[in-house]
Write a new protein. Structure first.
Length: 201
């Protein structure tokens, strides 16, 4: 058994899960899934970051204790987004895994939208949604965290539902997003140490 068969094909489970989700017929849920999928797009970063900044400014104006962590997490989101985008783009170009429409027989896959044929792994939508949830996590309560998890899962499901990705592509996207969020924390800590060290000289 090859490494690809283990890590990507999952011994056939990747295709099985895709087909299980794809059992639906075209209908009104397609529009819902398209809307959910758009929420995971990297193109939302300016809107998310801008809204986040406005909230942080308002919190600071009110001398809220939430202002410093809100600003810190916004910085981590932006650093993490740069890392995630670079890693996602690099992996897509290096691996160039085919999309479902490129490898499955026409009529056996339900594709909504343009039906791209290459650069499937990892899913950029899954990556961004996981990064966003991880960046918001320290600022959210139990209900907010539950909603964040549901959003991440919904975005991943939508990408398979729409025929844009296999489940393994989504899982890889989640890993990239979470890893980028963790790296952003380390980058922030390193910058803080560099600032403190420089201030003592």
């Amino acid at each position: 058994m090859t490494l690809k068969a283990i890590l990507y094909d999952w011994g056939g489970a990747n295709l099985w899960l895709f087909q299980a989700i794809q059992l639906q017929r075209p209908g009104p849920l397609d529009e819902v899934m398209e809307w959910v999928s758009r929420m995971g797009s990297y193109w939302n970063l300016p809107l998310v970051a801008g809204s986040w900044l406005v909230v942080a400014i308002l919190l600071r104006h009110e001398d809220s204790a939430l202002a410093p962590p809100a600003v810190r997490q916004l910085k981590r989101l932006l650093v993490g987004a740069a890392i995630a985008f670079a890693v996602t783009a690099g992996l897509k170009l290096a691996l160039d895994f085919p999309r479902p429409a490129a490898v499955l027989t026409p009529g056996t896959v339900h594709v909504v939208g343009t039906g791209e044929r290459g650069y499937s792994l990892p899913s950029g939508h899954a990556s961004f949604s996981a990064l966003l949830a991880a960046s918001l996590w320290p600022l959210l309560g139990p209900w907010g965290r539950g909603a964040a998890v549901l959003l991440v899962l919904a975005v991943g499901l939508s990408r398979v539902w729409l025929g844009a990705h296999f489940p393994a592509d989504v899982a890889a996207g989640y890993l990239v997003g979470l890893a980028s969020a963790v790296l952003a924390v380390f980058v922030g800590a390193w910058r803080d140490v560099e600032t403190e060290t420089g201030g003592r000289r």
